[in-house]
Design a protein around this ligand. Structure first.
Ligand SMILES: CC(C)(COP(=O)(O)OP(=O)(O)OC[C@H]1O[C@@H](n2cnc3c(N)ncnc32)[C@H](O)[C@@H]1OP(=O)(O)O)[C@@H](O)C(=O)NCCC(=O)NCCS
Length: 113
């Protein structure tokens, strides 16, 4: 009988403002955000090279966005990967807000850049 790999785990790490995806207990990637009032602004997603191309970013972002909904918040997709994901997953359209120059300026200040 073949052994199934355990499902990856996604956790929200509030103090680091990010969600992490774990494979066999090892962190394989993250999606980072900052909160502005009721909007969770996603600005960067990365998956370690060793885990690339296995669909992990999609699992991570899907679970993160489901958590945003469950938390009663809204999504702002500054991260190009999250923006692309949302184009394919219309089920989050009702809680997605556009990226505006004002949000980008706010984000730059938050990130000190
Ligand atoms: C982008 C990244 C997170 C994808 O991780 P992954 O687990 O290999 O991704 P998945 O297997 O779930 O999905 C691959 C998809 O990501 C897309 N993708 C790759 N790089 C991308 C980028 N920079 N922006 C948007 N989408 C990207 C691919 O086109 C592919 O799309 P498809 O499913 O329509 O074919 C990973 O390649 C990475 O860490 N890249 C470096 C950091 C980066 O560019 N982050 C994105 C912008 S913040």
């Amino acid at each position: 009988m073949t052994q199934q790999a355990p499902a990856p785990d996604v956790r929200r790490v509030d103090v680091r403002h990010r969600y992490e995806i774990l494979v066999d207990g090892e962190r394989a990637g993250l999606t980072a955000y900052r909160d502005r009032d009721d909007r969770r602004v996603f600005f960067h997603t990365e998956v370690d090279d060793a885990y690339a191309g296995q669909g992990l970013a999609a699992i991570l972002v899907e679970r993160a966005l489901a958590d945003v909904r469950a938390s009663g918040l809204r999504i702002v997709p500054v991260c190009p990967y999250v923006a692309k994901f949302l184009k394919k997953h219309e089920e989050f359209a009702d809680i997605t807000d556009p990226v505006t120059p004002e949000v980008l300026q706010w984000l730059d200040a938050q990130l000190g850049r």
